[in-house]
Unconditional design. Structure first.
Length: 344
């Protein structure tokens, strides 16, 4: 029984992780990929896997049955992750991590290896706990993340957002103008997102923060629990850049500081700063806790283009009168800002 269970869980984890990787690398589209009767097909396939596992446990020794079990579980892993949007990948990665731990524990039972059993159960338990906590951080159940095909409502949500600010227009800016805003501010909050991770700009962000601090500016970082594409993504990147831990503010603490913030510098974040989560009941992300950057006196958004984030919905923050957009690669833009601040 342990062999069959390990084969099923391990194969699902491996193939599901490959699809998650492909979505994050944009090898396949990040939005949910669905087809008719998807849940029925997945249910039937899972039932077939259970039947094959029971047959192996009952003593069936045909080698083809084990290979069929592995192939079927791998297919299930693919079909399991395909309908989940890129915005939910942090939760999916955490869940797949838990699956991996359970597969290791099942293998430990078969090999009578206590170390493998204990380590596998620890990984499985921590991954499950983290999955539940991240779902709560998004104000959504794990079932909704896994089976809700989140992101398919993008057209209607985008229309609602557009209707909410008919006169809004995007205001672009230059590094020199943003440098003046930052250099003469009393308080600046950096809001890192996936764009910073893609550009590997964390060291440049730290260098810019040091420049501002040398001018007497109060600097901090607002961290959303699901920013980026994996659990704790922003924390890991900023720790790599040796950002002082006291400067990292969790969501509730950061939201309390935004009304007293002169400039909120959003670096490649999108869905986690979308006011529709607060104001637009028709939005797919309505009810999700966000960073209230629109409460700051001024908002600067560093973004490559106006394309929507992984959730596939428009962000009315970009049309807010207090928001300006600095387009370009995050690393290059931060480098230009640092050079401009030095020149003041």
């Amino acid at each position: 029984s342990s062999i069959g269970l390990s084969a099923i869980i391990g194969s699902i984890s491996f193939s599901g992780s490959m699809i998650a990787f492909a979505k994050l690398q944009e090898l396949i589209r990040g939005r949910p990929i669905t087809y008719p009767l998807q849940q029925v097909v997945n249910g039937l396939l899972f039932a077939a896997l259970l039947a094959a596992g029971i047959a192996i446990t009952a003593g069936a020794e045909q080698q083809w049955l084990m290979w069929a079990l592995i192939a079927g579980a791998s297919l299930f892993g693919i079909l399991f992750v395909l309908p989940i949007g890129g915005a939910d990948m942090p939760v999916v990665i955490s869940l797949l991590n838990a699956f991996t731990g359970l597969a290791a524990a099942a293998t430990g039972f078969e090999l009578e290896n206590n170390v493998l059993i204990v380590s596998g159960m620890l990984v499985g338990a921590s991954g499950t706990f983290l999955t539940i906590m991240m779902g709560r951080a998004m104000n959504r159940s794990v079932a909704n993340v896994l089976f809700g095909a989140f992101g398919q409502l993008a057209p209607s949500a985008a229309g609602a957002a557009a209707g909410g600010d008919a006169d809004g227009q995007v205001r672009s800016t230059t590094p020199d103008d943003v440098a003046v805003m930052l250099a003469y501010a009393n308080k600046v909050v950096f809001v890192p997102g996936y764009g910073m991770a893609v550009a590997q700009a964390q060291h440049d962000v730290r260098a810019l923060a040091d420049l501002l601090e040398s001018r007497g500016v109060d600097v901090s970082y607002a961290i959303h629990p699901v920013a980026g594409r994996m659990p704790g993504h922003m924390n890991v990147l900023l720790a790599e850049a040796n950002v002082p831990y006291p400067q990292l503010k969790e969501m509730d603490d950061a939201n309390a500081e935004f009304p007293r913030t002169d400039v909120a510098l959003v670096i490649g974040a999108n869905d986690v700063v979308n006011p529709d989560a607060r104001n637009n009941a028709s939005s797919p992300i309505y009810g999700m806790p966000i960073l209230n950057v629109d409460s700051a006196q001024q908002v600067v958004v560093l973004k490559r283009s106006m394309n929507p984030g992984f959730a596939g919905i428009e962000n009315p923050l970009f049309l807010n009168p207090k928001t300006v957009m600095l387009f370009g690669d995050a690393k290059e833009s931060i480098h230009k800002l640092a050079a401009a601040v030095k020149g003041l």
